[in-house]
Design a protein around this ligand. Sequence first.
Ligand SMILES: Cc1cc2nc3c(=O)[nH]c(=O)nc-3n(C[C@H](O)[C@H](O)[C@H](O)COP(=O)(O)O)c2cc1C
Length: 328
Amino acid sequence: MNDSNAVHFYKPDEGHQLRHDPFKAIVAPRVIGWISNCDPDGHVNLAPYSFFGAFASFPHIIGFSSEGFKDSIANIEATGEFVWNLASKPLAEKMNWTSATVPREIDEFELVGLTKAPGVNMAVPHVAESPAALECKLLQIIRLKSLDGTPMNNWLALGQVVGVHIRREFLKDGLFDTAAAQPIMRAGYRGDYAGIGEMFEMIRPLPCSPARAASTAAFNARMLVWNAMPLITEVMSEILRGRIDFAHCRDHAADRFATGARGIGCRCRELIRLRRVGRVLLHGRGDLLHARRCFFETAGLRHDARKPGRNSVDGKHQPADIVIPRGR
Ligand SMILES: Cc1cc2nc3c(=O)[nH]c(=O)nc-3n(C[C@H](O)[C@H](O)[C@H](O)COP(=O)(O)O)c2cc1C
């Protein structure tokens, strides 16, 4: 592995000594930011940007980078709004055509024959044919700088997602079916794209030391105490894999619950379907009630709101918010 001949190393400043610059083939595949936006006069614009990414979960923050101060950046700077549209395989050709350099007043939706779906929070329409679209309010436009501090002609627009549109046909059991949506991604050289091949699941290691996992006598269950609500899907995955039976959340940060609750719901359905789990317990106060209610509803379980907090089961004192019987 230490054989230097086995590796082609280069400094980008000094040239790659290859047929073509491999940078975009290495950082690939990249989800396409198919960005709709409007100018201040209401002219609609749509263009693909593969320097695109998601940067934060709560709230959702996404961004794309423009090589040059292109129309999309100018419009978004002026109006403070944009929409990300999922570029799917059936829409690939049309997506590609929306990258054509055309006069600013040309509406790419009309140019390529796409339907405009009206925004809920904004004047910017989204692509009705797209499996999903994210309405975003502009947070920042950052002019990128190189190592020596030189301002580049590259502009990163970051937006917070304020509305999510999902075509119902791509929702299965409350989960967005990414494979069915067939996102296309930019890969490799000039005209290379990638689609979704095989999808597989790999659960992240829990950011929690084994010392913090303890068993509870009342449940004879493996218990995990965790602190951050955003980790709920990981916690649920652990339950799903049979590594813990019991989860207790300490974090009651209200603003994180909406997304967390959906996470719980999805996982719970899987739990029930897979019949793997002995007991699942979610415990909390105040705002967590909402998350629990979603959890119960999605799981098709009855939620007794009159019994907040602690219940008594089998004469034992326990914070029993939900118990899924073994084998259900
Ligand atoms: C798949 C694809 C990805 C692209 N990614 C980028 C990108 O990341 N940054 C960029 O500046 N241009 C990118 N382009 C080119 C722009 O889409 C093109 O310049 C477009 O005309 C810009 O439109 P606008 O001026 O209306 O914003 C891409 C083109 C395609 C087809």
